[in-house]
Design a binder for this molecule. Structure first.
Ligand SMILES: Nc1ncnc2c1ncn2[C@@H]1O[C@H](COP(=O)(O)OP(=O)(O)O)[C@@H](O)[C@H]1O
Ligand SMILES: [Mg+2]
Length: 308
C-alpha cells in the first residue's frame, strides 16, 4: 500500500503538488493522468524518494519513506521510465540482473531469474546476449520491464512506459502488463497520456490538475460521471466508447430473434453491436449464444438507453 498524506512539493518555492491525499491499495493498478506539468512524475517519484515532500508524509508499506534508506527503498521498488534507460554497454541479461546483483543473489539464482523474467515479458532466450542498440523500441521496453521486475518488487512505478512505442506495440505491452498485474498481484502506479490506456488498465484513475487531485475513482465510474475537466482531458468519444465496451450484448436482449437480422454474439461488447449497426445500416441485430443459438434481439434504442 502507498499512502500520500497532505503532501506538498515545491521546486524553488513554486508548488508542483499541493495538499495531496491519496491511497493506493495493495494490488491496485493506479493510473495518473493530467496535462503536462500537472505533477504526475513528481507524485510517482515521491514513492522511491527521488523527490522529497516539503510538507506531509509518504508511506510505503506503512513506513514513512523519510525513515528509510533511499538506495534500499529504490531496490525494493521497480521503476520504469519512457526512455527505458538500459545500460548500453551491458547485455540484456546483465541489464535484467542489475538489482539482483546489487542484492548479492547467488549466480545460479540470478541466471534462473533472468530466464524467468525474459519468459514473463515474452522474449526468447536468444535475447540474453543482445545489447540495447540491437533491440526495437518495444523489445527495449520489455527488457526495461523485466529489469524492473527482476528482484520481485511488490511495488512497480511506471512513468509513461509505453509513450515512445508505436500503437500496435503499445497495445501488446498493455496486454502484457495487465496479465503480469493479474498474475503477480503487484501494486502498480503508472503515468500515461493515453486516455484509453488509463481506462483499460486502471483499477483506480487519479486525475491531476496543476498539482491537485481533481478526481480519484474506478474507471467505470469516471467514464460515467467524468466532470467537466476529465471529460475534456479524456474526450467525450473515448468515454462513450469505454462505457459501451464495459457492457455486453447479452444483458440487453429483448423480443424474438429475427432470421433476416445480422447476428451478433451475446458476449460481444455493446460497442461492437453499435459498430455492426453502423456498418449494416440496421437498427436491430439477432443475438446468438456461444453455440450459435438465437437468444433474441438487441435494438439501437436499447443502446441509446445506456446514455447517462
Ligand atoms: N527538478 C525540477 N525543478 C524545477 N521544477 C520542476 C522540476 N521537476 C518538475 N518541475 C516542475 O514541476 C511541475 C510538475 O512537473 P511534473 O511532475 O514533471 O509534471 P508531469 O509529470 O505531470 O508533466 C512542472 O511545472 C515542472 O516544470
Ligand atoms: Mg512527467
Amino acid at each position: 500500500m502507498i499512502v500520500f498524506e497532505d503532501v506538498t512539493v515545491r521546486y524553488r518555492g513554486v508548488p508542483a503538488l499541493e495538499g495531496v491525499n491519496l491511497t493506493i491499495q495493495e494490488g491496485a493498478l493506479g493510473v495518473l493522468v493530467g496535462p503536462s506539468g500537472s505533477g504526475k512524475s513528481t507524485l510517482i517519484r515521491l514513492v522511491n524518494r527521488l523527490v522529497e515532500p516539503d510538507r506531509g508524509r509518504v508511506l510505503v508499506r506503512g513506513i514513512d519513506v523519510m525513515a528509510l534508506d533511499p538506495p534500499e527503498l529504490r531496490r525494493s521498488i521497480g521503476y520504469v521510465i519512457q526512455s527505458v534507460g538500459l545500460f548500453p554497454h551491458r547485455t540484456v541479461a546483465r541489464n535484467i540482473a542489475t538489482v539482483p546483483r546489487l542484492l548479492g543473489w547467488p549466480r545460479a539464482r540470478i541466471d534462473a531469474q533472468v530466464d524467468a523474467m525474459l519468459e514473463l515479458v515474452r522474449l526468447d532466450g536468444s535475447f540474453r546476449h543482445r545489447y540495447p542498440d540491437e533491440l526495437s523500441g518495444g523489445q527495449a521496453q520489455r527488457v526495461g520491464l523485466a529489469r524492473a521486475l527482476a528482484a520481485e518488487p511488490d511495488i512497480l512505478l511506471m512513468d509513461e512506459p509505453f509513450g515512445a512505442v508505436d500503437p500496435i506495440t503499445r497495445r501488446e505491452l498493455q496486454g502484457e502488463l495487465t496479465r503480469i498485474h493479474r498474475e503477480t498481484g503487484k501494486t502498480i502506479l503508472l503515468v500515461t497520456h493515453d486516455p484509453r490506456e488509463a481506462l483499460d488498465l486502471a483499477t483506480l484513475i487519479v486525475v491531476l490538475r496543476a498539482g491537485h487531485i481533481v478526481a480519484a475513482s474506478r474507471p467505470e465510474i469516471l467514464a460515467h460521471e467524468p466532470g467537466a475537466f476529465a471529460r475534456d482531458l479524456f474526450g467525450a468519444d473515448t468515454l462513450i466508447l469505454d462505457r459501451l465496451r464495459r457492457r455486453h450484448v447479452g444483458a440487453f436482449v429483448s423480443g424474438e430473434a429475427q432470421d433476416e437480422d445480422p447476428s451478433i454474439s451475446a458476449e460481444a461488447p455493446l460497442s461492437e453491436a453499435l459498430l455492426c449497426m453502423m456498418e449494416t445500416g440496421r437498427e436491430r441485430l439477432r443475438v446468438v449464444d456461444a453455440e450459435g443459438r438465437a437468444m433474441g434481439s438487441i435494438t439501437f434504442h436499447a443502446i441509446l438507453e445506456t446514455a447517462p
